[in-house]
Design a protein around this ligand. Structure first.
Ligand SMILES: [Zn+2]
Length: 238
C-alpha cells in the first residue's frame, strides 16, 4: 500500500523497509518524491524530518523542471480541442451562460469572463464527471482482481496517475479522464492490485495479468498518449 505524506504542499510516497536504519529522500526520474524509512517511524517524525528537507527538495524539483519538457497547457481559445475519455471536443467561448463551463455532448462551452480561471473550471468539471466514471471502472474491475477499495477519490496527484492510500482508499488523478477508458482501466487495475501487493513484484503483475491480459500494451499506450493531453507531465507514473 502506498502510504503518502503531504508536507509543504508536496506529496511524498513513503517506502518502509526493514532493511533501512535511517531516513532518506529521493526525487526519481518522473519527479516522484519518495521517503525511505525503517518500518516503525511515526508520521509525526516523518513530517518533521521532511519539513527540514523541503529546501533541498524544491531545489531538486526546480532543476528537474529546467531539464524536462514542460507540461502542455491549453490556451483556452475558441476552436481548441479538449479530450474527454479519448475523444476530442472543441472549445467555444461564449458571452452568456449561467455556468462558467458546460459540456453539451458536442462542445465545451466556456463563458468569456471565466477564461482567466479556466484551468480551475476544467479541473472541477473533470472531477465531477470523473468520480462516477472511475467508480464504475473500479466496480467492473474489482471482481476481475478479487480486490475492492474502501473508497475512490479523484484529486491532483502531481506526477502520478493513481495511488493506493491507507485503509484501502484508492486515489486517481483527475487528468486521467482525458484518456480512453481502456487506458483508465489499466490505471484502475494497477491500483486495485496494489491493495494486495504494495510493490511491483511478480505477484503484483500476476494480479494485473489476470484482470487485463494486455496490460503491458495499455501501459505503453498510456505513456505515449500522456504526451498529447493537457496538464500532464511527460514523466507521469504510478
Ligand atoms: Zn504501482
Amino acid at each position: 500500500m502506498n502510504e503518502m505524506l503531504e508536507v509543504g504542499g508536496l506529496v511524498f510516497a513513503i517506502r518502509r523497509s526493514a532493511r533501512r536504519r535511517t531516513l532518506g529522500l529521493t526525487v526519481d526520474r518522473g519527479g516522484e518524491l519518495v521517503i525511505h524509512c525503517p518500518p516503525s517511524v511515526a508520521e509525526d517524525e516523518l513530517t518533521h524530518w521532511t519539513r527540514s528537507k523541503l529546501l533541498w527538495v524544491q531545489g531538486k524539483l526546480a532543476l528537474k523542471a529546467e531539464l524536462t519538457p514542460t507540461v502542455r497547457e491549453p490556451e483556452y481559445v475558441s476552436g481548441e480541442n479538449f479530450s474527454y475519455l479519448g475523444r476530442h471536443y472543441r472549445l467555444m467561448l461564449i458571452s452568456q451562460q449561467s455556468e462558467a463551463l458546460c459540456f453539451d455532448g458536442q462542445r465545451f462551452l466556456l463563458r468569456k469572463d471565466a477564461v482567466a480561471a479556466a484551468a480551475t473550471h476544467f479541473r472541477r468539471w473533470y472531477i465531477e464527471q470523473g468520480q462516477a466514471r472511475i467508480a464504475g471502472r473500479v466496480e467492473w474491475l474489482s471482481p476481475r482482481t478479487g480486490l475492492s477499495p474502501s473508497d475512490v477519490r479523484l484529486r491532483d496527484l502531481g506526477f502520478r496517475w493513481g495511488s493506493c492510500g491507507r485503509h484501502g482508499v484508492l486515489f486517481f488523478n483527475w487528468k486521467l479522464l482525458q484518456l480512453p477508458l481502456r487506458l483508465i482501466d489499466y490505471v484502475v487495475a494497477h491500483e486495485l492490485a496494489h491493495l494486495r501487493e504494495p510493490h511491483h513484484g511478480p505477484a503484483f503483475w500476476n494480479i494485473l495479468g489476470r484482470a487485463l491480459p494486455d496490460w503491458n500494451e495499455r501501459k505503453q499506450e498510456l505513456r505515449m498518449q500522456a504526451r498529447h493531453i493537457y496538464w500532464c507531465h511527460p514523466g507521469m507514473s504510478q
